[in-house]
Design a protein around this ligand. Structure first.
Ligand code: SF4
Length: 341
């Protein structure tokens, strides 16, 4: 079994190892955990039910104010068409995410979930912890009761979005209106205890320092020790265009180093996902040698990162080609990382 590294070890690794040394360590761990040489991917679509959001995170190019030009709440007709098309393209799940709409309560969300389940057989991966926290508050419910209502209406699992960096020092500066570190973790803890699985994410390359990245990884590892509910970890880099945070984009080397560190540090999470949406196809392919064993989703539709000016597109056939060209066997998976094709 892999020896667990401490936060101090993590700092030392980042400081003293070069990119290829870190990558080799991560790749060795990945090979032990996934000796079958398979790289998985999932066919799904993002359905962003609204872009109206009161949170106004500084890094977000997607949100609109209520009543602003371009602000929308999705119609059932649009949901129907998007899911129908997803299933026709071989999709098995949708990622249902949106802004913190000031006028919607839990009934809106349970209604959407029931509508989808009544019309389609599809996995609903939906509502990140900040959304759940906000929905619960707007509806005067506890987190647990809000989750129970969402599960009863058809929610199958939770995306790990809205984590950004799990350090309140950073959250207070880049997303002060969003739930804090403990609330994010608490929503996940509750969800896992109610039987929902989730992913976990990290968005870096903005104002954080190395110590905040390590604080984030430690928080995720600790919660995974407690609940075992995380299926995967997905680190990606901040995309600064059209946002209020003016920094230079993180380089490919920075991305690959943190990806490798994630694989090394998170010894209790089986799956680490490459992010072609933010890195493009070539770096995502390279990521398969730096700890990643999953290529993520085909994302038939993606709007949030695209709003920050990053519009990489990869159909399923191209993902399969990239995985094969890198020397691996591609396999389509479901949300729980079971291979289905
Ligand atoms: S990142 Fe999400 S919560 Fe923050 S402003 Fe954008 S839509 Fe709202």
């Amino acid at each position: 079994m892999q020896k667990r590294i401490s936060e101090k070890d993590a700092r030392t690794l980042l400081k003293e190892m070069d990119l290829l040394q870190l990558g080799m360590l991560a790749d060795n761990i990945k090979k032990k955990l996934h000796p079958e040489n398979i790289i998985t991917y999932v066919v799904d679509r993002n359905v962003n039910y609204t872009n109206i959001c009161v949170s106004k995170c500084l890094f977000c190019a997607f949100h609109k104010d209520l009543g602003a030009s371009g602000a929308y709440v999705i119609s059932k007709k649009d949901i129907f068409e998007k899911i129908k098309e997803t299933i026709e393209l071989g999709g098995t799940q949708i990622l249902l995410q949106g802004g913190m709409h000031p006028e919607l309560t839990i009934d809106f969300y349970t209604d959407i979930l029931k509508y989808i389940k009544n019309n389609f057989s599809i996995h609903i991966h939906g509502f990140s912890p900040p959304e759940i926290s906000y929905i619960a508050k707007k509806s005067s419910l506890t987190i647990k009761d809000a989750l129970i209502k969402l599960i009863d209406a058809g929610l199958n699992s939770i995306p790990g979005g809205g984590a950004e960096i799990l350090s309140d020092t950073i959250r207070n500066r880049i997303s002060p209106n969003k739930c804090g570190k403990e609330e994010w973790l608490n929503v996940m803890r509750r969800a896992h205890k109610l039987g929902l699985k989730s992913s976990a994410t990290m968005m870096f390359g903005h104002i954080e320092k190395t110590k905040h990245i390590i604080e984030h990884l430690k928080a995720i590892r600790d919660l995974q020790d407690e609940t075992g509910g995380f299926t995967a970890f997905i680190p990606w880099t901040f995309q600064p265009d059209n946002t209020k945070i003016k920094v230079t984009k993180a380089t490919a080397a920075e991305y690959l180093k943190i990806l490798s560190l994630s694989r090394i540090f998170l010894d209790n999470i089986n799956n680490i996902q490459a992010s072609w949406v933010t890195q493009g196809d070539k770096i995502a392919q390279t990521a398969l040698f730096f700890g990643a064993n999953d290529f993520g989703s085909t994302m038939i539709e993606e709007n949030v990162v695209a709003a920050a000016g990053v519009k990489f597109r990869l159909p399923k056939e191209e993902i399969i080609r990239l995985i094969k060209e890198a020397g691996f066997k591609p396999a389509q998976r479901d949300c729980f990382y079971n291979i289905i094709a």
